[in-house]
Design a binder for this molecule. Structure first.
Ligand code: 6LW
Length: 512
């Protein structure tokens, strides 16, 4: 009875690049946080009261100094937050990977502001969890992979320390605890008290196709823990399910007293199901308890009806919170106040190939998406404050992106895949120009489908008609090709000077 109906749970739950979800229920409210890596603002906090409708209410990382993102390599930054509530305070434990290390942020309001972040000495690893025993002692349980000193080859399994969250000091040397059934990369531990048991749930098998969730239990939060004979309790490996790589779960009670697991998954496309355009997304699945062990349902695809539409006329002084930037906050190069009613991007001479491009993007949320913007690069003369080059881009990282831009004279479409680059050009029409990037379902290559996940067309509207400069295979902008922990992020950029945008629109939907 107390089980959510899988058909009523939207899946993906939070679409687009939203990996490593962690969830907490406080009264009737749910809060969920996800990883953001090198993107800022970092660690979005989503809120729901029914587990179905989710609103982003803020970010844990919304100002300089909280993460050390400026020089993190691609993949570095915010890894796998755990969000918890204890004694009137919200906590987020997270790894600032390849940067500050293990951090704990606190807030009285999960919408923010969050604290500056306290470094926890003596808990070096990833995927830090927090749990408190009846006496109020805090346990930090984590995965022993050291991203800070570079000792990345060794994996220490699942480790645990008691911590003093006032001082940030570990109260003991890290202890090894139950580390799964022997699959690679035991990670994503979460510790829960239910009934007479403490449960230690982890991910194992790696975040790719072998990803799984396993669980053990014991009578003390410090262990020892007894392996569940039914492990792994969740995995999509070797199945034909559309959602693969399922793992990195967190358990929560549903509004009707049942249970569910939020977790990450991917939607690989193409005939060989090799390419996941959107990266790792947040999914949910019902959980029941049998003989004191959780039993998770397979993760079912159930996209929200109608897709997603976003329009921005840049009328507000403050930018919408869905915009994210790379290794710096949007405010460093983007303004809606310089030229009110428009977005002005200022490039410091660096472009999409560089670590900190003047790029402002949004997560691609469904498989088929069109983005468009009216771009003024400054050729229009009178009244234009712009003088530069810029346009639209779909990005995985600095070595994987497709873009189309104008400098007022020439429109340039560009594909950069690793060290390979190709450029297409045509003359620009006079004045501001509408640029578009269309992500479409791939045309079949043969009787059983297409090898590509999708096709990406780079277009400029000339005399009212979209002209395609390049039509590109989407497989090169997938998590698997880019070897990425993130996902597709699509938006606006400037590659030189100052460029302004009258409006931006995106529309996305699932294939019919
Ligand atoms: C992470 C680990 C993982 O911290 O990928 O899926 C790493 N799991 O748990 C980055 O998201």
């Amino acid at each position: 009875m107390n089980q959510p109906n899988p058909q009523s749970l939207p899946n993906p739950l939070i679409p687009g690049f939203n990996p490593d979800p962690s969830i907490v229920k406080v009264g009737a409210d749910y809060y969920l946080a996800t990883s953001t890596f090198e993107y800022l603002p970092g660690i979005p906090v989503y809120h729901s009261t029914d587990l179905v409708t989710w609103d982003r209410i803020g970010h844990v990382v919304d100002r300089e100094g909280q993460l050390d993102s400026r020089d993190v390599p691609t993949l570095g930054g915010a890894w796998a937050p755990t969000i918890r509530f204890h004694d009137g305070l919200f906590y987020v434990a997270v790894t600032d990977a390849m940067a500050r290390g293990t951090l704990v942020f606190t807030a009285t309001d999960p919408a923010g502001p969050w604290s500056d972040g306290m470094v926890i000495d003596g808990a070096i690893g990833i995927d830090q969890d927090l749990a408190w025993d009846e006496d109020g002692t805090a346990y930090m349980t984590y995965s022993g992979l050291d991203t800070v000193t570079g000792n990345i080859n060794g994996h220490g399994g699942i480790l645990q320390v008691r911590v003093d969250l006032e001082t940030g000091k570990a109260l003991e040397e890290p202890r090894s605890v139950w580390s799964g059934t022997g699959l690679m990369f035991p990670e994503a531990p979460h510790l829960y008290k239910r009934g007479g048991y403490w449960y230690l749930m982890i991910a194992e098998g790696g975040t790719e196709r072998g990803h799984s969730v396993s669980i053990a239990r014991g009578t003390s939060p410090a262990g020892p823990f007894e392996n569940n004979p039914a492990n792994p309790i969740l995995s999509a490996r070797s199945t034909d399910r559309p959602i693969q790589n399922t793992g990195h779960g967190d358990l929560v009670e549903t509004p009707d007293g049942g249970w569910a697991m939020v977790l990450l998954g991917m939607r690989p496309k193409g005939m060989t199901r090799a390419f996941s355009a959107l990266g790792r997304e947040t999914f949910i699945t019902p959980v029941t308890w049998e003989d004191g062990w959780p039993v998770a349902e397979p993760v079912m695809l159930n996209p929200r009806d109608g897709g997603f539409v976003y329009g921005d006329d840049f009328a507000d002084a403050e930018l919408d919170g869905g915009w994210i930037a790379v290794r710096r906050f949007p405010g460093a190069f983007a303004s809606t106040e310089k030229n009110p009613g428009r977005l002005t991007l200022t490039s410091d001479g660096t472009g999409l190939d560089d670590a900190r491009p003047a790029f402002l993007g949004r997560r691609q949320q469904s498989q088929v998406e069109t983005i468009a913007a009216l771009v003024d690069a400054g050729s229009a003369g009178a009244g234009s404050a712009a003088a530069g080059s810029g346009g639209l881009a779909v990005r995985y990282d600095e070595a994987h992106h497709y873009s189309i831009e104008t400098d007022g004279t020439t429109i340039t479409a560009r594909a950069r895949i690793s060290s390979i680059e190709q450029v297409w050009t045509r003359p620009a029409p006079g004045g501001p120009v509408e640029l578009r990037i269309e992500t479409r379902e791939a045309n079949p290559d043969n009787a059983i489908g297409s090898l590509s996940p999708d096709t990406i067309a780079l277009q400029a509207v000339v005399e009212g008609v979209p002209v395609t400069l390049a039509e590109l295979d989407g497989r090169y902008l997938s998590a698997e090709t880019a070897a990425s922990f993130t996902g597709r992020v699509a938006g606006v950029f400037a590659s030189s000077g100052t460029v302004s945008f009258d409006w931006f629109r995106s529309e996305s939907r699932e294939p019919r």
